[in-house]
Design a protein around this ligand. Structure first.
Ligand SMILES: Cc1cc2nc3c(=O)[nH]c(=O)nc-3n(C[C@H](O)[C@H](O)[C@H](O)COP(=O)(O)OP(=O)(O)OC[C@H]3O[C@@H](n4cnc5c(N)ncnc54)[C@H](O)[C@@H]3O)c2cc1C
Length: 371
């Protein structure tokens, strides 16, 4: 019997694995893919995570990540405004960051099963049974951490309410070679979505956009969508015309839901996107994944030290999760209404230009304090 099985090895799962294994727990992390690999993500991380990453010796300084301190916003027609970011962030690809944390997890003593998918979890008699897809192997643990991201078949198994609703969003990511300032993140609006552009390590630029599904349905192919819709924004037209695209084909995901979720389901402790996904325009999902992993691993350690019962662990975690993240998710959902349409994006640019304290307050409310 394992102490902890973590399902999913993104940022949330990896940080939980590092913290729990270092404290001496017997940790198994199950990840359906093999590191290193690319993920759809804007790859801008808020600086709120820096003190914690440094404290656990996980800040990826060897990659010399670009430091991002300014935000530019453009409307669908190309009206542009720029503001300084109070807190700022840094840019690093998930390819490098997740691999770096995976190596740290192994060193800490966590066991990894890669290329392995969990397809069923049950809780009975104070322990879990975790079934692996293909072969039906069943593993046992005292605690299960759900770190499997935005959406998984496990959500269906758990009957989580958001799985029955189709989400209208898809997302596309590239790495490109293009000349933009190191310290700038730009958010460019287009009809039905928005596109983030900012630097990551190694002189590369991340270009990642969220689009409404109806646009792809109408234009049928990603290429046509980009040409006919994204490139109506003059900034995006210049980038798409001038940049070198470094992937053979775009990375695409769909069914991205920003619906409310519970942080605990059938005794499974959810962390990162599995507990709630913030709208990408906030650039705070990765920080939330890392922060929720810190909070969760601290509580799990208290449970194994005999300080708190399973019941208290679940209650304290659910409460703390809501205190830290519920407002950010709400403000993120509301702010997204100002993106992805002509009029709304003009209004967003107008607010940022003429009501800067309001714009800064919105940004502040979608982020946390350094921890
Ligand atoms: C378009 C877009 C742009 C974004 N841009 C940014 C940004 O710039 N900055 C930011 O901070 N946040 C951004 N985010 C959010 C950020 O990507 C997520 O919040 C973050 O990746 C969450 O990490 P996680 O560990 O919870 O999940 P993930 O990183 O998704 O990891 C989940 C892992 O679980 C594995 N898995 C799933 N199911 C199973 C299973 N059944 N068995 C085993 N393994 C499983 C998956 O393979 C995956 O590796 C963006 C999100 C989107 C959609």
């Amino acid at each position: 019997m394992k102490d902890v099985i973590i399902i999913g090895g993104g940022l949330a799962g990896l940080v939980n694995a590092i913290c729990m294994a270092r404290a001496g727990l017997d940790v198994l992390l199950i990840e359906k893919r093999q590191y290193p690999f690319h993920r759809v993500c804007g790859e801008y991380i808020s600086n709120e995570v820096v003190p914690f990453l440094r404290a656990i010796d996980a800040y990826p300084s060897s990659f010399d990540p670009p430091q991002i301190q300014r935000l530019a916003l453009s409307s669908v027609t190309g009206r542009r405004v720029e503001i300084p970011l109070d807190l700022g962030g840094f840019g690093i690809s998930r390819y490098s960051l997740d691999h770096h944390l995976y190596e740290m997890g192994k060193k800490a003593g966590a066991i990894f099963r890669l290329n392995t998918t969990v397809d069923y979890v049950s809780y009975e008699g104070d322990h879990f049974q975790v079934r692996l897809a293909k072969g039906s192997e069943v593993l046992k643990s005292r605690i299960v951490v759900g770190a499997y991201g935005k959406r998984s078949k496990l959500d269906k198994m758990l009957n989580r309410s958001f799985v029955s609703e189709r989400s209208p969003y898809l997302a596309v990511k590239y790495h490109i070679a293009y000349d933009i300032p190191d310290d700038l993140i730009a958010l460019h609006n287009f009809d039905g979505g928005y596109c983030g552009v900012s630097r990551v390590e190694g002189n590369k630029v991340n270009l990642c956009y969220l689009s409404h599904r109806h646009q792809l349905k109408k234009h049928k192919h990603i290429n046509t969508l980009e040409k006919e819709v994204l490139c109506k924004n003059p900034f995006l037209a210049t980038i798409f015309n001038e940049a070198d695209f470094l992937f053979e084909k775009p990375l695409v995901i769909n069914e991205i839901s920003f619906a409310r979720k519970n942080a605990v389901e059938n005794h499974i402790l959810m962390t990162g996107d599995a507990a709630g996904l913030i709208t990408p325009l906030c650039g705070n999902g990765m920080a939330m994944a890392i922060h929720s992993a810190k909070v969760l691993s601290d509580l799990v350690l208290r449970h194994f030290n005999g300080e708190i019962s399973r019941r208290n662990l679940e209650q304290f975690y659910q409460k703390r999760w809501s205190q830290l993240f519920a407002t950010r998710l709400l403000v993120g959902r509301k702010s997204q209404l100002l993106f992805g349409s002509g009029l709304a994006s003009e209004l967003a640019v107008f607010i940022m230009k003429n009501f800067r304290p309001l714009a800064l307050a919105i940004i502040k409310n979608t982020h946390g304090k350094p921890f």
